[in-house]
Design a protein around this ligand. Structure first.
Ligand SMILES: *[C@@H]1O[C@H](CO)[C@@H](O)[C@H](O)[C@H]1NC(C)=O
Ligand SMILES: *[C@@H]1O[C@H](CO)[C@@H](O)[C@H](O)[C@H]1NC(C)=O
Ligand SMILES: *[C@@H]1O[C@H](CO)[C@@H](O)[C@H](O)[C@H]1NC(C)=O
Ligand SMILES: *[C@@H]1O[C@H](CO)[C@@H](O)[C@H](O)[C@H]1NC(C)=O
Length: 494
């Protein structure tokens, strides 16, 4: 995906390619968020005081006889630190390589300036450079869990209190987005003596095996543009399905969608077709999830304008244009790989790659969260080819027989027992969500407990509040950041 996306960038956004990661298309596990392309901030801040350090971390926090340690990467920035050193902000690394971009960008930097905070970011175990093992065999991945990662954060906080000689009354505030947003809330819940408060952005608190609501929100987002957009998409998916089953001389699907392999060969393959339709849905999901955040081209309105443009041919042709556009396929730069066996082969590869995240995140979905973005909507728009069994079969095909649907279901249930799901009990946590973001469904969007207020921002998508404020922000987004700032001030002064 990264390769496709870079080709796409090179064609459309010449000059912005350096240090930009590909958008995160998790193949039905879309989570995370990314650094924006180009500078969305009105202010550029110095990076002079940012340093990269390593902390010697325990492998297994639950087995005292296991003495194995490994190097966990973190960033520190003391540019804004007050003389009292009594406020520390911790940015929680999620399911991707930690980027030092966040050490001088994002809304939290504005809050750090206000409160004189010392800044840290800890990379999540098994991502980026923070690798306990030299390979990602299923056996080695068994120490990859949110519970171990929260323990990493807790021991890290304690170690930094000593290393930086922070005062007894130091107040640590955790920040995080997406999975790391849920972690920020869980960290405050589990370690209230170490963490004074948390800003939890777009965090899916509730683990759910089958998550059809995700694509339902994507459909609802498209309907905000026009019902016509949804109808055209649905019609295009039907046309594609028909043509795969009944090929027509006049319509060459292979060239239309730039398929890497002849689609006629896969006409009887349930898994290839499930993967194909899931990938198409995933591209729409990416546009909805990153709507107006990471890249100005990721915009629901642009996609709907193409789908509704009759001058571009029938619905199928318009769908192909959207798909090629999001896949980043430009002329002969690449092709669309829908083969199930290829994806399984790729994710079964245990080679450690610093920028890799699919295999590890898949492992976490198979052992903790589920979150499978299935096609099981009441009124299918993306077809019905990727139900829950498609995803749980992936767990089996990638990690082994043991990881079957029964197993994943039990793990998901355990996660909700362990963290409390929607019934999380804590204080000094603000939950922030956007109505456009499909993940808001698994978060707390209404304030039940005044100690843990929720802010639901009308019209924004995933983690929008985490980015630096910009003159193009909506009034709703600006107001949300102000409210977060007021809460932070009240916790810090209390
Ligand atoms: C798909 O199945 C049909 C009916 O059994 C058969 O005629 C056709 O050859 C099969 N196609 C492929 C590519 O295997
Ligand atoms: C696994 O991935 C690595 C790194 O991308 C690659 O060099 C290697 O050839 C792959 N192994 C297999 C068996 O595909
Ligand atoms: C999963 O595997 C266990 C045995 O490890 C078995 O008892 C269970 O029935 C299996 N579940 C499914 C859905 O196949
Ligand atoms: C959300 O924003 C949309 C578009 O600006 C507006 O039509 C709608 O009334 C707003 N909803 C709420 C609850 O404020």
């Amino acid at each position: 995906m990264k390769r496709f996306f870079e080709a796409f960038l090179a064609a459309f956004l010449l000059g912005f390619v350096s240090d930009v990661h590909g958008l995160k298309f998790y193949r039905g596990h879309l989570v995370g968020y990314d650094i924006p392309i180009g500078d969305t901030s009105d202010v550029t801040r110095s990076t002079a005081r940012i340093s990269t350090e390593y902390y010697l971390q325990r492998l297994d926090h639950f087995n005292p006889t296991n003495k194995v340690h490994w190097s966990q990467k973190y960033f520190v920035n003391d540019a804004y630190m007050s003389d009292e050193k009594n406020v520390v902000f911790l940015y929680i690394g999620g399911e991707s390589q930690a980027s030092s971009y966040w050490m001088s960008n994002g809304a939290w930097i504005e809050f750090a300036e206000t409160h004189g905070a010392l800044l840290f970011m800890l990379e999540h175990r098994y991502f980026g450079e923070s690798q306990p093992f030299s390979d990602w065999s299923t056996e080695n991945l068994r120490y990859l869990s949110s519970e171990q990662a929260l323990n990493d954060l807790a021991t890290f906080i304690s170690a930094m209190n000593d290393k930086y000689e922070l005062p007894e009354d130091v107040k640590w505030i955790a920040f995080g987005g997406s999975y790391a947003g849920a972690m920020a809330a869980w960290l405050r819940q589990k370690y209230p003596h170490l963490v004074h408060g948390a800003v939890s952005s777009s965090g899916p608190l509730f683990a759910q095996l089958d998550f059809p609501e995700y694509l339902q929100v994507v459909i609802d987002d498209l309907a905000l543009h026009s019902q016509e957009c949804v109808d055209n998409l649905k019609e295009a998916i039907t046309q594609l399905e028909d043509l795969i089953q009944n090929p027509n001389e006049d319509e060459d699907l292979n060239s239309l969608f730039s398929f890497c392999d002849d689609i006629a060969e896969s006409a009887n393959s349930t898994s290839d077709l499930a993967n194909l339709f899931e990938l198409i849905a995933d591209n729409f999901a990416g546009v909805a999830q990153y709507h107006k955040t990471t890249n100005t081209l990721y915009n629901i309105n642009l996609v709907c304008e193409i789908l509704n443009d009759e001058s571009k041919g029938n619905e199928l042709h318009r769908l192909a244009e959207v798909n090629n556009f999001v896949e980043g396929i430009t002329d002969d730069s690449s092709c669309f790989d829908y083969k199930y066996s290829n994806i399984i082969e790729k994710w079964s590869n245990a080679t450690v790659i610093a920028s890799g995240m699919m295999r590890q995140w898949m492992y976490q979905t198979c052992t903790e969260f589920g979150y499978y973005q299935t096609s099981s909507q009441e009124i299918p728009v993306f077809g019905s080819r990727f139900p829950l069994s498609f995803f749980t079969q992936m767990c089996v095909d990638i990690f082994g027989e043991k990881f079957n649907e029964t197993f994943v279901g039990e793990k998901v249930q355990h996660t909700n027992i362990f963290y409390g799901g929607f019934d999380i009990e804590t204080s000094n946590v603000v939950f922030v969500h956007g109505t456009i973001d499909p993940w808001h469904v698994l978060g707390l969007i209404e304030t039940v407990n005044p100690q843990t207020p929720s802010i639901l921002i009308n019209g924004t998508s995933h983690c929008a509040d985490l980015y630096s404020s910009s003159s193009s922000d909506s009034a709703e987004l600006t107001a949300a950041r102000e409210q977060i700032g007021e809460l932070l001030a009240s916790w810090i002064s209390a």
